[in-house]
Design a protein around this ligand. Structure first.
Ligand SMILES: [Fe+2]
Ligand SMILES: [Fe+2]
Length: 197
């Protein structure tokens, strides 16, 4: 990050959900930058537990001002002359879960949705969706809560102009055709409680 901006210019850390791979580094972001942490209202009262033990009582107190709670329906978070839109993605896979959309670059940062277990080369975008789907399938079937949640999310995302989707693990989907192919697959996926028999 510091190759691109001064660390003191960092305004926000967007925490899609509470998982360790997302936000265990919270104490360090808070100590070494002036950022605010943007997260679901469901997690904003839990995340400070990660910080206790790392910081002084004074800093613990000032934490309230550094948490930005997103309501369930999402919100626009002001950034310069534009904004980042928090898109509800509840139960995909966390109960309070958001993805983040930048209307200028038309990138959707989709957290664990679209994540894949790829054999390296994660900096190279997906070339062929049919080849990529098997690398996503097992993870999504187990970690995503239900097809109902998938469909609600797909309906929301189809209303946005997404050119690139960037999951938290695996490869990016670059191009509207790749994004549309993902949405078509995810919309029909049986997962989570759908598979309990
Ligand atoms: Fe996660
Ligand atoms: Fe993850």
């Amino acid at each position: 990050m510091s190759k691109h901006i001064s660390i003191h210019s960092l305004k926000y850390v967007f925490a899609s959900h509470q998982d360790p791979d997302i936000i265990t580094s919270l104490p360090r972001w808070l100590m070494h930058t002036d950022c605010q942490v943007v997260t679901s209202r469901l997690w904003s009262r839990f995340l400070p537990h990660l910080v206790s033990g790392f910081v002084s009582g004074k800093m613990q107190k000032s934490l309230d001002n550094r948490m930005v709670e997103i309501p369930d329906e999402g919100s626009n978070i002001r950034l310069g002359n534009s904004f980042i839109r928090a898109i509800p993605a509840h139960f995909l896979h966390s109960v309070g879960n958001f993805h983040f959309y930048d209307p200028l670059s038309k990138i959707l940062f989709s957290g664990d949705v679209g994540a894949a277990m790829t054999p390296g080369q994660d900096h190279v975008p997906v070339e062929n969706m049919a080849d990529h789907i098997p690398l996503m399938e097992g993870f999504h079937r187990r970690y995503m809560a239900s097809n109902r949640a998938c469909r609600a999310w797909v309906n929301k995302v189809r209303q946005l102009d997404v050119e690139t989707m960037v999951p938290q693990h695996g490869k990016a989907f670059v191009g509207r055709d790749k994004v549309a192919a993902f949405l078509d697959w995810f919309e029909c996926l049986e997962c989570g409680v759908d598979l309990i028999c």
